[in-house]
Design a protein around this ligand. Structure first.
Ligand SMILES: Nc1ncnc2c1ncn2[C@@H]1O[C@H](COP(=O)(O)O)[C@@H](OP(=O)(O)O)[C@H]1O
Ligand SMILES: [Mg+2]
Length: 260
C-alpha cells in the first residue's frame, strides 16, 4: 500500500530542499549547458536533481511509476497509466541559464488523469509550495508553514505569462481582458502565484509537457483554483506522450473566462 498523500508530502519535502540546494551549488560553481534532441537546454543541475528526486520517490513509494523529464529525454518513457509520478527537476531552464531567478523543482502525482498532489520548490529562496486533493495547499518559508488559498477575481486581474515562451495566441487572448495587469514569469511558479492569491489567470496556448505543470496544477487545485482545456473541461493528464495542449489556469472558480 502506498503512503497516504500527507505522508508522501512529508517524506518528499526534504528531497525537494536537497534538490534545490544542489541546483544552487551547481549555479554558484558556474553553469554549462548543452541542447537536448528537441533543442531545449539541459544543465548538470537538471540531471543530478532528477536522480536525487527519483530516488526519494522510490524510497517513499517503492512500486511507483515515475516519469522524469530527463529520463524521457534519454528515451525512458513509461506509458501513461492510472497512477504515476512526474518529475521536472528544473523547470524554467532557459530562465535559469539566463540568470533570472524564476525556476523551480517539481514533483507531481497523477491519479486517474487528475493531478492530486504536488510539491514545488523555488531554489533561490528555498520556498516550498505543497498541496493535495482534500488536504488543501500551503507554503513554507523560513520553516514557517502558511495555508494558501486562491482569491476572488479582482476588477483588474493579474495575468501571468511565460517569460521565455510567450506566443502570439496567448498575447491575443490577454489583449481581450480589460484592465489586465501582465506579470511575465518563468516556470511552474506561475501556478503558485495563483494558488497563493497573488495572481488570477495563467493562459497558455504554446506546448508544454505534463511534468511542467502537474505539480503546481495540483497545488492550484488544492488551493481552490482550476485548470481548464480549450473545451472548458478540467485539463486532463496521462495524455499520449505526456504532451500538454492549451490550458487556462484560473484562481477564482466563479470566473467565467474561457480559452475560446
Ligand atoms: N515547444 C515546446 N514544446 C514542449 N515544451 C515546451 C515548449 N516550449 C516550452 N516548453 C516547456 O515550457 C517550460 C518552460 O515554461 P515557461 O516558459 O513557463 O518558463 C519548459 O520547461 P523546462 O525549462 O523544464 O524545459 C518546457 O518543457
Ligand atoms: Mg519544465
Amino acid at each position: 500500500m502506498p503512503k497516504d498523500h500527507s505522508a508522501l508530502i512529508a517524506a518528499l519535502a526534504p528531497a525537494m530542499h536537497d534538490a534545490g540546494a544542489l541546483i544552487e551549488r551547481i549555479k554558484a560553481a558556474g553553469l554549462t549547458h548543452s541542447d537536448k534532441a528537441d533543442a531545449s537546454p539541459v544543465t548538470q543541475a537538471d540531471t543530478q536533481a532528477e536522480a536525487l528526486l527519483e530516488a526519494a520517490i522510490r524510497a517513499a513509494d517503492p512500486d511507483a511509476v515515475i516519469v522524469g523529464e530527463e529520463a524521457v529525454a534519454a528515451g525512458i518513457m513509461p506509458d501513461p497509466c492510472g497512477r504515476f509520478w512526474l518529475i521536472d527537476p528544473l523547470d524554467g531552464t532557459r530562465d535559469f541559464i539566463a540568470g533570472r531567478s524564476d525556476y523551480s523543482v517539481n514533483i507531481g502525482l497523477v491519479e486517474a488523469g487528475v493531478p492530486v498532489l504536488g510539491l514545488v520548490l523555488h531554489p533561490p529562496t528555498n520556498t516550498l509550495w505543497a498541496g493535495a486533493r482534500g488536504l488543501g495547499a500551503w507554503v513554507e518559508r523560513d520553516g514557517m508553514r502558511t495555508a494558501i488559498r486562491t482569491r476572488a477575481m479582482p476588477p483588474a486581474p493579474r495575468i501571468v505569462t511565460s517569460h521565455s515562451h510567450l506566443d502570439e495566441r496567448t498575447k491575443a487572448w490577454v489583449a481581450t481582458i480589460p484592465d489586465a495587469i501582465i506579470t511575465p514569469s518563468g516556470s511552474s511558479l506561475k501556478f503558485c502565484l495563483l494558488a497563493e492569491g497573488l495572481a488570477d489567470l495563467y493562459p497558455r496556448f504554446g506546448p508544454t509537457s505534463e511534468w511542467d505543470t502537474a505539480a503546481a496544477d495540483a497545488i492550484l487545485r488544492a488551493a481552490g483554483g482550476l485548470t481548464l482545456g480549450p473545451d472548458a473541461t478540467h485539463f486532463p493528464y496521462a495524455k499520449p506522450g505526456y504532451r500538454n495542449g492549451a490550458f487556462l489556469a484560473i484562481a477564482d472558480p466563479a470566473c467565467p473566462l474561457r480559452l475560446v
